[in-house]
Design a protein around this ligand. Structure first.
Ligand SMILES: Cc1cc2nc3c(=O)[nH]c(=O)nc-3n(C[C@H](O)[C@H](O)[C@H](O)COP(=O)(O)OP(=O)(O)OC[C@H]3O[C@@H](n4cnc5c(N)ncnc54)[C@H](O)[C@@H]3O)c2cc1C
Length: 466
């Protein structure tokens, strides 16, 4: 196994900073797959923690429970604003914007201007870095499928009724997700495998529809491997550009067309252990750029260096080359401190040092043309006899760990003769809920995941962005 970075675990690694352990965004463990549950059990040397879950939305200096609860929401909004929301909903139903081209049109038509701007607009724009008027309506239709004003209100009223509330606890390794992946690497070693760190595959030579050699940059040298089979988790677009000879122009065009959203987390050491009770908070307030705030002590006490208060993770969605991505670490730490203080959550005087982790390609972008590009790349790579692509960026899909693993596992099983399996079929269900829906489809178990939940708010419009 070749790993380009010095770390085990990819996006699901756990970084260590001065004894504090940091996720690249908190990683809850949830799966409906028995195979994955079994694998997690084998990879962990101790049982996972059952962590109580609290994650709220912060907007206009107030906390809103997530999922929305009618009492608390009305109390925060006040009767006048609630009435205005109802009127703006009725106005939108009376005079919808047609044609419904953008995400903004789609949501406004179904929820009204005021609900849209309170619970959808700001967070979505932070995540995707573009105005909601430029995000296509079919994305909303896909991600917010099944949610309407009526069902949202019903959901809020009957939070513990037909719609089972979000899981109240989630599984989490005591030392963060990296603990599981580091355990996996150790066990691979014990069984005779090898995980080589800081070894980047730079070129894949191919002939007659088969990879013949992989060039690897490792320790300042380039080595050539001649694997019988290759399974790749690198971004589909990078893989296409690594091929020697290059693929046909339409494949390169598709590779160029795939877009990614990048991500950075600014960890702040806080003197006080109990700053807020949430595991994380969604920040909808438009006056700050932070999108979400993690409180790592509330995931596991062992994530915080002994004798310290807590570590907060200020999450910023960004794009390589933009002002956030290129800001110096000192600048980002100062920004994060100013913003958390401005929100009134933690005064700057409680904060000590800070640390920045940047993650390229954290989110595969689902734009108007991604599906077509992925199909082109999938068909092209599918014509190779000894190459499979799996995982989140390897398939340009919002896979969580479980689906990334399942795709990997199926690719491995194919090598053992299970040619009936198709990793591309993993996670093709339209949604993968962590709650019971009004339709009554119950999940087998679990806690969080990335999918939009039909009766609550959608992934990038609010919660559950992974
Ligand atoms: C902010 C955030 C929060 C998330 N939260 C959750 C959550 O709560 N629960 C959950 O289950 N999932 C969550 N996920 C999703 C989870 O992180 C991914 O599904 C999973 O890590 C994907 O695994 P992967 O192996 O496909 O890809 P990656 O984790 O991206 O791993 C790919 C690896 O390939 C290496 N690589 C790339 N190119 C090369 C090359 N040329 N040569 C050698 N190595 C290379 C990379 O360095 C990387 O280590 C979250 C993701 C994000 C971004």
């Amino acid at each position: 196994m070749l790993e380009a970075s010095p770390y085990i675990g990819g996006i699901a690694r756990t970084h260590v900073w001065e004894g504090n352990r940091l996720d690249i965004g908190g990683h809850r463990f949830f799966t409906k797959s028995e195979e994955v549950k079994q694998l997690w059990g084998e990879m962990m040397d101790e049982p996972m923690l059952k962590v109580p879950r609290l994650s709220r939305i912060f907007y206009g200096q107030q906390f809103y429970p997530y999922p929305l609860k009618i009492g608390a929401t009305l109390k925060n909004l006040g009767l006048v604003e609630s009435f205005r929301m109802l009127l703006s909903y009725l106005a939108a139903r009376w005079r919808p914007v047609l044609p419904e081209d953008s995400f903004a049109d789609w949501v406004r038509n179904r929820f009204g201007e005021r609900l849209y701007s309170t619970f959808f607009k700001t967070y979505t724009e932070k995540v995707w870095g573009m105005p909601c008027t430029e995000i296509r309506a079919d994305w909303a239709a896909q991600r917010i499928h099944g949610l309407s004003f009526g069902s949202a209100v019903l959901n809020a009223i009957r939070n513990s009724g037909k719609v089972k509330s979000l899981i109240k606890t989630f599984d989490y390794p005591r030392l963060g997700p990296g603990m599981l992946w580091e355990g996996a690497a150790r066990k691979i070693g014990e069984r005779g495998g090898e995980v080589v760190l800081e070894a980047r595959a730079t070129r894949l030579h191919h002939r007659d529809g088969a990879v013949t050699a992989v060039e690897v940059a490792c320790g300042g040298e380039t080595q050539q491997l001649h694997p019988a089979q290759v399974i790749s988790t690198m971004p589909l677009s990078t893989l296409a550009k690594c091929l020697v000879p290059p693929p046909p122009p339409n494949v390169l065009e598709a590779a160029e067309g795939l877009k990614y959203r990048d991500f950075l987390i600014v960890a702040l050491a806080c003197r006080k252990p109990d700053v807020f009770p949430d595991n994380w908070i969604y920040i909808h307030s438009a006056e700050v750029r932070v999108g979400r705030i993690q409180n790592f002590r509330n995931w596991s006490e062992a994530m915080v260096a002994p004798g310290h208060g807590t570590t907060l993770g200020m999450e910023y969605f960004c794009s390589r080359g933009d002002d956030l991505w290129t800001m110096s670490d000192e600048g980002l730490v100062a920004l994060a401190k100013r913003e958390i203080a401005a929100l009134g959550l933690v005064p700057e005087s409680e904060l000590e040092g800070g640390y920045v982790i940047r993650e390229l390609n954290a989110y595969p972008v689902y734009d108007a043309s991604y599906r077509e590009h992925v199909e082109t790349l999938k068909a092209y790579f599918g014509s190779f006899s000894n190459l499979q692509t799996v995982g989140r960026n390897g398939m340009h899909r919002y896979n969580n760990q479980d689906h990334s693993m399942l795709a990997g596992q199926q690719a491995a099983l194919r090598l053992l003769g299970r040619t009936d399996l198709d990793p591309w079929e993993v996670n093709t269900e339209r949604s993968y809920y962590e709650e019971q829906t009004l339709a009554g489809k119950a999940p087998e178990s679990g806690s969080g995941n990335s999918a939009a939940t039909p009766q609550t708010l959608p992934e990038a419009a609010t919660p559950a962005v992974t």
